[in-house]
Design a protein around this ligand. Structure first.
Ligand SMILES: *[C@@H]1O[C@H](CO)[C@@H](O)[C@H](O)[C@H]1NC(C)=O
Ligand SMILES: *[C@@H]1O[C@H](CO)[C@@H](O)[C@H](O)[C@H]1NC(C)=O
Ligand SMILES: *[C@@H]1O[C@H](CO)[C@@H](O)[C@H](O)[C@H]1NC(C)=O
Ligand SMILES: *[C@@H]1O[C@H](CO)[C@@H](O)[C@H](O)[C@H]1NC(C)=O
Length: 501
């Protein structure tokens, strides 16, 4: 799992006129947020009443396919999950919405960290494929077995669809105590499916069986909320389309560079309006992806260091300890003081679908400083929401919370619009602007991994075939005389036996 983070946080006290540091353990069990669930108004021309609930029909979808807003719960720290009904009779489970993996998997056996699991023996429609499967995430892993069953998305789908389900029999650091999910819904491409890409993903099955547009969109509403605990902020996973009530302004699209993760091309980063001026390939080492299953904004080490240095330079606060930047310490201010004015905005430039242009996602410190609940009543404490990553730039939940993100697989692009719920104290803390020129960026920012280039694969296979043919010929040439000599020996032995008989 990529979400959980260690509970070994300590506080450091910050703020004007107070440079003494106190160190306190955090009380995680008291970190609980309750946001009342409410149904947002939907496009009224398409509105339909069903069982007293407001549901929005997606354009182009079958009449019995319904999407609904506010079908997710969770928070960026522990993930957003969707309720699903699995099997016959239906068993209710929550699954984590993860755009950074591709298997649909649920607990198939009891586990001390979860309260319920999918009991395949109690489902008359469950069919085991008897294929072992294991998946390793950035953090955590599980092992299980592949099967199939009918599912329906509670508050979203009226039909039952049949999908591949991996039942998790053993896991390590995967389930997290206190979170309310028991499985994972991998929404990336089948290229990442385990054990092989031939395992159809949940979303591919849905698109094929329900004939909906190959597009889904995600709104996660946790900005400004406490990120810890089993807090339940709301969110929306719209299957098959775009829901107008979930965003404001324009949608900006960036091409999906390769269909495995949702890989995009980052052109530039700015801190407080100042360009970090790194070579743009550094931002994409070894990939830049949009991943709802990763909590933080994760940056390649060089970029991370540059961002931290720029923030330190611009924030005018001298006494940050290293632990704050590495995530092991919190920075706290005396109430009612807030840190917002000390910290700069952060901007990420993505290549536009018109490749000679770019657009910019801007987040205010309210988005990258995460409010944490602590035992100290007179303090407000914050965690740094950016961390270093050795193998990717990951636009994780904390960035995604500022935006309504559209995964348009039909047109191979990811769209961003300002989310209708990215507000703190009544003002928006995220913004999108553009277009910008890409003249200051040298060509392609994605250094091509030779083994991901199709043409090189073809050359590679061709060379392998040639080698294989040569080898085969050699073996045949070696074997032919050998076979003769064996025959000779056989003849000789039969001759010998014959003689002794
Ligand atoms: C932690 O919080 C819980 C719930 O608010 C409370 O019952 C418990 O006493 C707290 N523990 C400590 C050590 O403060
Ligand atoms: C409602 O949906 C219809 C059909 O997709 C669309 O033409 C119309 O513009 C939408 N109305 C609003 C207010 O978004
Ligand atoms: C979906 O499956 C469940 C369990 O198998 C069943 O109770 C329900 O009637 C089915 N619904 C539809 C619309 O087929
Ligand atoms: C792409 O952007 C460039 C620069 O803004 C503009 O000149 C060009 O017309 C655009 N192309 C399309 C197809 O919109």
């Amino acid at each position: 799992m990529k979400l959980p983070w260690t509970f070994s946080y300590f506080l450091i006290l910050m703020g004007t006129g107070c440079d003494s540091q106190i160190v306190l353990p955090l009380n995680m069990s008291s970190a609980m947020v309750k946001t009342p669930r409410k149904i947002k108004p939907v496009n009224s021309s398409q509105q339909q009443e069903l069982g007293g609930l407001s549901l929005a029909l997606e354009p182009g979808a079958k009449i019995n396919f319904l999407t609904m807003v506010d079908n997710l719960q969770g928070n960026s720290g522990r993930g957003y999950y969707l309720e699903m009904l699995i099997g016959t009779p239906p068993q209710k489970l929550n699954v984590l919405v993860d755009t950074g993996s591709s298997n649909f998997a649920v607990a198939g056996a009891p586990d001390p960290d979860i309260t319920t699991y999918f009991d395949t023996t109690k489902s008359s429609t469950y069919y085991s494929l008897d294929i072992d499967v294991s998946v390793r995430y950035a953090q955590g892993s599980w092992e299980g077995v592949l099967g199939m069953d009918v599912i329906t998305v509670h508050k979203g789908l009226v039909d039952n669809i049949t999908i591949n389900i991996a039942t998790i029999l053993e896991s390590e650091d995967f389930f997290v105590q206190g979170t309310n999910w028991q499985g994972i819904l991998g929404l990336a491409y089948n290229t990442l499916s385990k054990p092989s890409s031939s395992v159809e993903t949940f979303f591919d099955s849905l698109v094929r069986q329900e004939n909906i547009p190959n597009i889904f969109s995600l709104q996660m509403c946790g900005v400004g909320q406490l990120v810890t605990g089993s807090g339940t902020n709301k969110g929306s996973l719209v299957l098959g389309g775009i829901e107008p009530s979930l965003y404001t302004g324009e949608i900006w699209y960036t091409p999906i560079k390769e269909e495995w993760y949702y890989q995009v091309e980052v052109l530039k980063l700015e801190v407080g309006g100042q360009n970090l001026n790194l070579d743009c390939t550094v931002y994409n080492t070894d990939k830049a992806i949009v991943d709802s299953g990763t909590t933080l904004l994760r940056l390649p080490p060089k970029v991370f260091d540059a961002v931290v240095n720029a923030i330190i330079y611009l924030s005018l606060i001298e006494d940050f300890t290293n632990g704050f930047w590495t995530g092991s310490e919190l920075a706290c201010w005396h109430k009612p003081e807030t840190p917002w004015s000390y910290f700069p905005d952060l901007s990420i430039y993505l290549r536009d679908v018109n490749t000679s242009r770019s657009f910019r996602l801007t987040i205010q410190p309210q988005m990258y400083l995460h409010h944490m609940l602590t035992v100290e009543e007179n303090l407000e404490c914050y965690r740094f929401g950016i961390s270093s990553s050795s193998n990717a730039l990951i636009i994780g939940a904390t960035i995604m919370e500022g935006f309504y993100v559209i995964f348009d697989r039909d047109e191979k692009k990811v769209g961003f619009a300002v989310s209708s719920c990215a507000e703190v104290s009544g003002s928006l803390v995220s913004a999108i602007s553009g277009p910008f020129t890409t003249k200051d960026v040298s060509g392609n920012c994605i250094s091509t991994n030779p083994f991901r280039e199709p043409i090189l694969w073809i050359i590679c296979y061709a060379l392998m075939s040639v080698c294989g043919l040569i080898l085969l010929t050699l073996i045949l040439l070696l074997l032919l005389p050998q076979r003769q000599s064996i025959e000779v020996v056989n003849d000789a032995s039969s001759l010998v036996r014959h003689r002794w008989k």
